[in-house]
Ligand binder design. Sequence first.
Ligand code: PLP
Length: 294
Amino acid sequence: GCAWIHDEFVPISEARIPITDMGFTRSDLTYDVVSVWNGCFFRLDDHLSRLQRGCEKLRLVPPISLDEIRDILITTVALSGLHQAYVEAIVTRGVPEPGVRDPRRVSPQFYAYAIPYVWIASEEDQARGVSLALACDTDRIPARSIDPTVKNFHWGDLTRALFEAYDRGASLPVLTDGTGKITEGPGYNVFAVADGRLYTPATGVLEGITRKSVIELALLNDIEVIVGDVTVELLRVADEIFLTSTAGGVMPASTLDGMPIGTRRPGPVTTWLRDGYWQLHNDKRFALPVDYHR
Ligand code: PLP
């Protein structure tokens, strides 16, 4: 892998952030993850827009322009030589002078790196479907202390939910908000298929780019999409459940709290959306080729 740090490209093993960067000490940052598939970025501009919106919400002014960030990400991947990559862009509050606590007096930093593509679900889980466990997220009552639409490193609740899922013999958790509604999971959005319609939570979640791709695909093909409250009861009677993430695309689920979902196999709607999602990677509107030989 390759990283961009302090105005230079370095091998990932040499990338070191200062320990006093408030991104680290305060989790005062936002980031985004975009994938490179077969040598092409997928929906890079959607990811950059989300990064920009996150910065605005946190009143972080990146040290360079969005165009420069875009160029750095492309060069990071070109230098890494990776054709299937997980590419992360991070804007942190930066390193304060000793004694400074006022965020207005700190200069934000931009860091980036590219590593081999990451799959949230194992190969077996992707083929057979992920086993899910509902995990009650008491931290989200009434809400997380961070706006969940800003991509952030506040993963305490998400990591706790992962352990809860492992403890109960499942691969991945679906978080609930304590009022009987589901939210999302560590690195993915959640969809249910019931009566031929798609359901996904509207609020309390990151507006995933994979989620957006799936919603667009569904609407183009006259599948009704309901973006609104998704209850635990709906999940329990759903015909299909799947997860969406830049790290793995559309991932079918087979069981929920030990009970089979539908036929317990990846269902037709999920399979169709998964295929459609990967086909979008050849679409010129979304695929930006990396020039590895410049
Ligand atoms: N929800 C959370 C908490 C995430 O960290 C992510 C990131 O991957 C997602 C959802 C899915 O978003 P995307 O499809 O843009 O990768």
